[in-house]
Design a protein around this ligand. Structure first.
Ligand code: ATP
Length: 376
């Protein structure tokens, strides 16, 4: 199966904006997507992911910005004229049509010759490995199988762009993993340009070439999975990328690079991506896997004592929630199971403590995770 009917080199989203009444759901999304790229739109519920996708699909008119396929402006076109493939969370299959007929439907609407429809449908069914189920109705199949039909129905049209809105969220954990691999395999073999909406950072990191992290309709960061994981732009992105420890702190010795910060009732050293002055309020992000249980050594930039609270077995390691004397919970991963109530010493190296400034306008309000306004 060839990749796309209308090949293009770049899809440019220029200042995509959508408001509902006075409320802005998506604010100035700028992104250039190369043909064949897999982009994930990631963020918590209500951040504007579906709004962005629906605007690109043409299901929602923009209130600002434009969409360009190379030199062609497409945002004024109705959805069917854009010709993008859509895959939704709820599959949206025709319940009274067989797998074959569901997949053939779009081709029939486009008046594709009968013999070609037959060939392309067979090819698509093969691609998503539904051969034995071709004559079944959607209601006779599992959620995973139905989602395969929905994917086949989208790709059979050879769209220039496939838009997927949380396609795996109705599936159980095992199927989700299987289908994730399936989607990646399809993307690799067909080279389909894809925009994929999810709130699951693991899914986004494993599927996408680049991720767009949204919050309250605004882009927080765009980058490869590695860039976002290693160098999140702010505490919100860090939070989303699995930095489960976010602590309030105050800069003791400022600068650009390694800084000294007072946190958790002690002083630590961490890395600030942007200059921060002494006295500035910050948040410090640390990944559970970057904390070590054991004695401090000369490279330890943070040393805190805690008591083991909750221990969860997670395959090859244990996720531990420990508590400091100051009351904060700390999340750490370890290979050896500690006992609940054990005293432990936690250490980390300076390049594992990411220091993010808290925006000035919220400095007077009480700090709290998720309620702070942070500088990008
Ligand atoms: P979820 O993961 O829960 O689907 P999302 O990130 O996709 O969330 P959107 O559905 O894009 O978020 O919604 C973004 C914001 O726009 C939300 O505050 C939502 O309440 C608002 N919104 C979305 N659709 C409408 C609508 N038709 N009318 C009014 N407000 C809307």
């Amino acid at each position: 199966m060839t990749a796309a009917k209308d090949d293009f080199r770049t899809l440019r989203l220029e200042g995509l904006t959508r408001s509902f009444g006075g409320q802005t759901a998506l604010s100035g999304l700028d992104l250039t997507i190369k043909q064949g790229e897999f982009i994930a739109l990631l963020g918590p519920s209500g951040c504007g992911k579906s709004t962005a996708l629906n605007c690109i699909a043409g299901l929602l008119p923009l209130t600002g910005g434009r969409i360009m396929l190379d030199d062609r402006q497409v945002d004024q076109l109705p959805p069917e004229k854009r010709g993008f493939g859509m895959v939704f969370q709820n599959y949206a299959l025709f319940p009274h049509l067989s797998v074959q007929k569901n997949i053939a439907f779009g081709l029939q609407m486009r008046k594709v010759p009968r013999a070609e429809i037959k060939r392309r449908v067979a090819e698509a069914i093969e691609l998503v490995q539904l051969g034995p189920h071709a004559k079944k109705l959607p209601g006779q199949m599992s959620g995973g199988q139905q989602q395969r039909v929905a994917i086949a129905r989208a790709v059979v049209l050879r769209p220039p762009l496939v838009l997927m809105d949380e396609p795996l969220s109705n599936l159980d954990a095992k199927l989700r993993l299987e289908m994730r691999t399936e989607i990646r395999r399809l993307h690799q073999s067909l080279g389909l340009t894809t925009i994929y909406v999810t709130h699951d950072q693991e899914e986004a990191l494993s599927l996408a070439d680049r991720l767009v992290v949204l919050r309250l309709g605004e882009v927080q960061q765009i980058g490869t999975p590695q860039q976002l994981h290693e160098t999140p732009a702010n505490a919100h992105v860090a939070d989303f990328m699995g930095y489960r420890n976010l602590f309030d702190g105050v800069i003791e010795q400022g600068g650009d690079g390694e800084v000294e910060v007072s946190l958790l009732g002690t002083t630590g050293r961490g890395m600030a991506a942007n200059p921060v002055p002494a006295g500035a309020r910050v948040q410090v992000a640390i990944r559970p896997e970057d904390l070590t249980i054991g004695d401090a050594d000369t490279s330890s930039a943070l040393v805190v004592d805690a008591t083991v609270g909750v221990v969860e077995y997670q395959g090859r390691e244990f996720a531990v929630e420990a508590h400091l004397a100051t009351g904060e919970a700390v999340h750490v991963r370890t290979n050896e199971r500690p006992s609940v109530g054990d005293p432990i010493r936690l250490t980390a190296e300076a390049n594992r403590l990411l220091v993010f400034p808290v925006a000035a306008e919220s400095a007077d309000s009480a700090p709290g995770r998720g309620s702070l306004k942070l500088e990008a």
